[in-house]
Design a protein around this ligand. Structure first.
Ligand code: AMP
Length: 222
């Protein structure tokens, strides 16, 4: 299947996308992750993206569209994919629909993860990730076992993403309302949108998401 996950920053797109992709053997295409990797490699794209990310602003549409076009052309994406973080604007949505139509492989589902907005700032500022495997934690709702290190990499200390500082979080939420809100409406107006309640534990949300996509959720222990 080809699935888009929409929803505000901090709603759990990364966590849910990663789990869904691993479970179903689909490629996980996270544009934020791709940009952070490019920034770590200090490529020209990465450095420019970093400046915008640090301010909570979006990277220009044409840059993002070409990045995703290239990624969708890679062989693993042919088995199906979950897009996390793209499209974030109406022009990105239109470009995505055009590029998939050209390949005769339209989207199967566009899912919006929804949560009351007041929950988000809190969720984002308490968010931490493993710098090695990128597994996401939340110091309040989903802490690591020892409170500091990744469960899968016990010597690696969790870090906060630079753009999860409170002021940047508020800017990212504003940008979401202004630019990504209309993207959600774009899909809703076409009868393409499925909404999933994302207020709950990662397991709860995974079950709802898997139900919305058809198929059973795997049950995780621990
Ligand atoms: P994320 O990890 O999805 O929260 O993305 C982190 C940052 O990367 C965003 O705040 C943007 O600056 C940038 N970014 C990621 N995806 C896109 C996109 N589709 N369009 C524009 N900017 C993006």
């Amino acid at each position: 299947m080809r699935v888009v996950l929409l929803g505000p920053p901090g709603v759990g797109k990364g966590t849910q996308g990663r789990r869904l992709a691993a479970e179903r053997g689909w490629a996980l295409i996270s544009t934020g992750e791709m940009l952070r990797e490019a920034a770590a490699r200090r490529t020209p794209l990465g450095l420019e993206a970093q400046r915008r990310m640090d301010r909570g602003l979006l990277v220009p549409d044409d840059v993002m569209i070409e990045l995703v076009r290239g990624r969708l052309g890679q062989p693993d994406a042919a088995r199906g994919f979950v897009l996390d973080g793209f499209p974030r604007t109406v022009p990105q949505a239109e470009a995505l629909e055009r590029m998939l139509a050209e390949r005769g492989k339209p989207l199967d589902a566009v899912v919006c993860l929804a949560i009351p907005e007041m929950r988000l700032v809190h969720r984002l500022t308490a968010r931490r990730e493993c710098p090695v495997c990128k597994r996401a934690y939340n110091l309040e709702s989903a802490p690591p076992r020892d409170g500091r290190h990744c469960d899968d990499h016990p010597t690696v200390e969790l870090v906060q993403r630079a753009d999860d500082a409170e002021e940047t979080v508020r800017r990212r939420l504003e940008v979401y309302r202004e630019l990504t809100g209309p993207t959600v409406e774009h899909f809703r107006a076409r009868g393409r949108l499925t909404e999933v309640d994302a207020d709950g534990t990662p397991d709860d949300v995974h079950r709802r998401l898997a139900g919305a996509l058809g198929g059973r959720a795997s049950v995780r222990s621990g």
